[in-house]
Design a protein around this ligand. Structure first.
Ligand code: NAD
Ligand code: LMR
Length: 340
């Protein structure tokens, strides 16, 4: 869980000691796009994770500086550095988890779908290499539009004969992180221990926070408060894009969210029980082939896709209205993967 990992993470800051590997197995995590706005702080956070024995930093440019810097941190993970397409195979070989924050971010006025034309091609080439060099790795897709890049990856893997639906994840953890923060702020309850499932997809109205299932309950929230919280969660990415005013989108909070999700994947691989996170995966929860919901993680990735649970009337409406947009984004990804 977030609190568990963050307390483990902060203990590194405090103790400044080598993390002991203990009985943790060797685990290699590759970060594709490691020199970017997300990639850099994500590399830092993954380097601090004691479950990681090797961290492979790959980008088309700029990895030597990031790797030299991060490699001086006295934690368990050994840093490998790769740059340029000819080194992508080596970067991926032996990876247990591959995190993909490669691609262009939004500027004010853009939707995530406006990134499709550039990022779809990047994701297609990176996932083609994953199919070749580490077909068993768990893939954590951060590149936007997630609602389309995950279906692209699935089609690439199917074509290569390596698709395992248990091992492909769209990272929607930032939506959960935001929902928790906003809910605890509005409800005036301590943020530690707050839980809010977020389902659907990762763009605008396809992001559906389920505040009716939030724990612990904040008792003072009206229907209008819940509507405002829902909208703020859905527009959280845009809030950051506008505040950065042309200098990109969320990077620091995303790195945090990405590190939390990768940590959950590693714990699942290591056999830690009851690891549950919301993530965008192949799904039977709705009529759509991909959908974000709570998922239990295990030794092979997805162990169980959990259902939606009871929804409020407002959430039921939100679910109905998101289906057409999410469906179109999924289909766009599938079509791209076949057409190119
Ligand atoms: P950025 O431009 O700062 O960094 C992107 C990095 O990707 C750059 O270093 C670039 O060199 C690298 N890159 C480009 N093509 C590559 C390739 N073929 N192989 C490897 N690396 C390549 O952007 P950012 O702010 O880090 O955002 C990256 C992506 O993450 C964007 O698409 C953004 O929309 C998305 N994002 C997703 C979430 C989410 O919740 N899933 C949150 C924030 C951002
Ligand atoms: C986010 O939610 O912050 C990301 O998807 C980036 C964006 O474009 O909003």
């Amino acid at each position: 869980s977030v609190s568990e990992w963050s307390s483990c993470c902060s203990s590194h800051y405090v103790q400044r000691s080598y993390s002991t590997s203990g009985s943790n197995p060797e685990r290699k995590v590759a970060i594709l796009g490691a020199a970017g706005g997300i990639g850099q702080p994500l590399s830092l956070l993954v380097k601090l994770n004691p479950l990681v024995s090797s961290i492979s930093l790959y980008d088309i440019a700029g990895t030597p500086g990031v790797a030299a810097d991060v490699s001086h941190i006295n934690t368990r993970a050994k840093v490998e550095v790769y740059g340029g397409e000819e080194q992508l195979g080596k970067a991926l070989e032996g990876s247990d988890v591959v995190i993909i924050p490669a691609g262009v971010p939004r500027k004010p006025g853009m939707t995530r779908d406006d990134l499709f034309n550039i990022n779809a091609g990047i994701v297609k080439s990176l996932t083609t290499a994953i199919a070749k060099y580490c077909p068993n790795a768990l893939v954590n897709m951060i590149s936007n539009p997630v609602n389309s890049t995950v279906p692209i990856a699935a089609e690439v893997f199917k074509k290569a004969g390596t698709y395992d639906e248990r091992k492909l994840f769209g990272v929607t953890t930032l939506d959960v992180v935001r929902a928790k923060t906003f809910y605890s702020g509005k409800g005036k309850i301590p943020v530690d221990g707050v839980n809010v499932p977020v389902v659907g997809g990762h763009a605008g109205i396809t992001i559906l926070p389920l505040f009716s299932q939030a724990t612990p309950k904040a008792n003072n929230l009206s229907d209008d408060d819940i509507k405002a919280l829902t909208k703020r969660t859905q527009d959280g990415g845009t809030e950051v894009v506008e505040a950065k005013a042309g200098k990109g989108s969320a990077t620091l909070s995303m790195a945090y969210a990405g590190a939390i999700f990768a940590d959950a994947c590693l714990k699942g691989l290591n056999g830690v029980p009851d690891i549950v996170e919301c993530t965008f995966v192949q799904s039977n929860v709705t009529e759509l082939p991909f959908f974000a919901s709570k998922v239990r993680l295990g030794k092979n990735g997805v162990e169980e896709v959990l259902g939606l649970g009871p929804l409020s009337e407002y959430e039921k409406q939100g679910l109905q209205s998101l289906i057409p947009e999410l469906k179109a984004s999924i289909e766009k990804g599938i079509k791209f993967a076949h057409g190119n």
